[in-house]
Structure formats: C-alpha cells, structure tokens
Design a binder for this molecule. Structure first.
Ligand code: SAM
Length: 270
C-alpha cells in the first residue's frame, strides 16, 4: 500500500494548484450554481492533507459541506488543522473520515452532488475505476478528478538517459499501488472512456506541472523519486541511473534545470 508524507504533499501543493485546469473548475462551478440548492455536499477522495479542497473551496461556493476521505489518519488530522480556519469563516462546513477506498460501497456518496479527487486516478486499477464510475452514476454525482499523471516527463537540459528513465518510471507507475495493477499514465484516457460508458458528459484538459528554478526542492525530490522507481524496475541499470541522477541534481543546484510533468484533469457531468 502506498503512503505519502505530509512534507511531500505540502511541497507539491503550489505546483498542483498552478497546474490545475482552472476552466474545468469554473465550468463545474457554473453547473453547480444552476442547481440553486443551498445544501450541496461534496466528497473529496484520497484527500491527504486537503490540498484539493483548499484549491476548490473558493472556486465552488455552491458546495455547503465537504467530506474528506483518506486511509491515513495523520494526513487527515493535518487537513482538519489547516482547513478549519479557512472553511469556518465562509459559513460552510467539512468533516474528515478515515476509510479505505477499496471499499467503494462504503463511500459516503448518498445525497452527494459531487465527488472530487486529485492525484488519485493514476494509482487505481481499471477494475476499481469501473466500480467507482458505476457507483458515482448510481448516486447521481458529478465527478472532478484532477492531476492524473499522463506519462510525459520533459527535462532541460536534456540528458541521454532521460528517455530510458521515463520509460522505467512509467513501468513503475503501472505496478500495484494498493488497488490492483495501477493505470499509471493511462489513467485519464481510461477514466474518460469509463465515465462516458456510464453516460457521463466528460471533458478533459491538461494540468502539467511547470518546473522552473523557483521549484528546486520539488525538482530534487522528483528526480530522487524517479531514480528510485527506475532502479526498482531495472536493478542492473543502477550505475546509469545514478549517473543520470547526479547530473540532474547538479543542474537543479545550478538553477538551470527546467521541465514539465504531464497531468490531466477530468470533469464528468451527470
Ligand atoms: C498522491 S496523494 C494525493 C493527496 C491529495 N489528494 C493531494 O492532492 O495532495 C494520494 C492519497 O491517496 C491516499 N490513499 C492511497 N491509497 C488509499 C486507500 N486505499 N484508501 C484511502 N486513501 C488512500 C493517500 O493516503 C494519499 O493521501
């Protein structure tokens, strides 16, 4: 089972928020406002420390109550601490629930208008996604799933081993992250097809991380993580991977490293 540190989630939050396909969130806001219901509820799955709710809170004023679900109690405790001063002054409410998303049937979707998630879909399997989409359709909820990694990693300056590392990272992304074989880079495409098969009106838009010299620490941790994933898949290539990592670190430290990491946001309207 994958675990994610609060430090890592905090480090990526500003890049996540800047990357978001704001037009999809704005379209969803208009759609929810047209329901003219003062008591709309939303559930944020795999909420972590609440980054997705922090992004959506002001953009979706029609949501009166947010429920954050995650299996990690420590991350939820941090979400509670950081969201309380943001949510309460708005007159809206939220709660946190510890739970395993593998038990899709137990998700609190009854009477819920919207299901959201960020950085989740690339972790799940096609089977999980089918059950999830069917459950959302039965509950009649709209769905916004942001920041699914789509397999694109572009780094400058270029290194001869970039393409091989990307290939190994993408292979690692397809290993089991606790939900069966992960969709990894295919997540957004498979999710779009799966929600369309359930009768949803689906829109997607890119939400790439743009990495510049102001995001040195995020870049450092990313290349470290990519090297670790690559070594796990190709243990006999560790010398080449280590050399690649050393060069990438040197470019980051020198402030000359820039890049993009491909993500996709998906909005599915009932
Ligand atoms: C990449 S993090 C994203 C967190 C948050 N949505 C964000 O954007 O910062 C993935 C989250 O999924 C949660 N998670 C992973 N597997 C889970 C499971 N089986 N049940 C519930 N939560 C899970 C992790 O605890 C983590 O908070």
């Amino acid at each position: 089972m994958e675990s994610f540190s609060a430090d890592w989630l905090s480090l990526r939050e500003s890049a996540d928020h800047a990357a978001r396909a704001h037009a999809l969130a704005d379209g969803l806001a208009g759609h929810l406002a047209r329901r003219r219901d003062p008591a709309l509820r939303a559930v944020d799955l795999a909420a972590g420390t609440g980054s997705n709710v922090r992004y959506l809170l002001s953009r979706l004023p029609a949501i009166a109550h947010w429920t954050l679900v995650d299996h990690d109690a420590a991350l939820l405790a941090q979400a509670w601490r950081t969201l309380t001063p943001l949510v309460l002054p708005t007159g809206r409410a939220f709660d946190v629930r510890q739970g395993d998303l593998n038990d899709v049937g137990s998700l609190p979707l009854d009477g819920c208008a919207l299901v959201t998630a960020s950085a989740l879909l690339d972790l799940v399997s096609a089977d999980w996604l089918r059950v999830f989409a069917g459950t959302c359709r039965t509950a009649g909820t709209d769905v916004l799933c942001a920041l699914s990694y789509c397999g694109r990693i572009e780094c400058e300056p270029a290194h001869p081993y970039d393409a091989r590392v990307r290939e190994l990272v993408n292979a690692h992304q397809r290993t089991d992250k606790g939900f069966g074989p992960a969709l990894g880079p295919d997540a957004a495409d498979v999710a779009a097809a799966t929600f369309r098969a359930e009768g949803y009106d689906v829109s997607t838009a890119t939400s790439d991380w743009v990495l510049d010299a102001s995001l040195k620490e995020l870049q450092r941790q990313l290349v470290q993580g990519w090297a670790g994933a690559a070594r796990e898949i190709a243990q006999d290539e560790h010398r080449d991977i280590d050399a690649w990592l050393a060069q990438r670190r040197a470019w980051i430290d020198a402030g000359v490293s820039v890049g993009r990491v491909g993500h996709v946001d998906l909005l599915a309207l009932v």
